[in-house]
Design a protein around this ligand. Structure first.
Ligand code: ZN
Length: 148
């Protein structure tokens, strides 16, 4: 069978997702920066290539598109009505892979947070989400070496 059924709209979407600067990602990064957090992007040596990695805090953050990662009970995650035979296994596969990556990361000692696209669309929702993450970090501060 020849694999030539790539929908150009879909591949454009995919390449945008692969690139390292989707709007939701940029919004999250900006807010983390504003909180003075240092992080790295898309570490290839970690399962699932997490979007944001905070090595000091042993924390990874995935910024997930609600559709591609099937955010439950989210209106952005509605299944396409056309070609269910194509979409169902594909989307189910994404969800499965996410679960696998999360387990693998946790097994390596990482805490895993997921920020959903829909939360990044509203400033106050995103702020609440980031505040939650930041305060969880402050709740278990790393030892600070006194100066001098
Ligand atoms: Zn969502």
């Amino acid at each position: 069978m020849v694999k030539d059924d790539v929908d150009p709209r879909r591949s454009a979407l995919m390449s945008r997702i692969r690139s390292s600067g989707t709007a939701p990602e940029l919004a999250v990064r900006r807010m983390l920066h504003a909180n003075g957090l240092r992080f790295r992007l898309h570490r290839k040596d970690l399962p699932g290539r997490p979007d944001i990695v905070l090595p000091r805090h042993r924390l990874v953050i995935f910024i997930h598109g609600c559709f591609w990662h099937q955010h439950s009970d989210c209106r952005l995650a509605s299944k396409p009505k056309t070609r269910p035979d194509y979409w169902q296994p594909k989307l189910a596969g994404n969800v499965e892979r996410d679960a696998r990556n999360t387990s693998a990361l946790q097994a390596l000692g990482w805490r895993v947070e997921t920020i959903w696209e829909c939360d990044t669309r509203k400033e106050h929702l995103l702020r609440a989400r980031i505040d939650g993450i930041v305060s969880s970090l402050n709740g278990s501060p790393l030892p600070v070496t006194p100066q001098g």
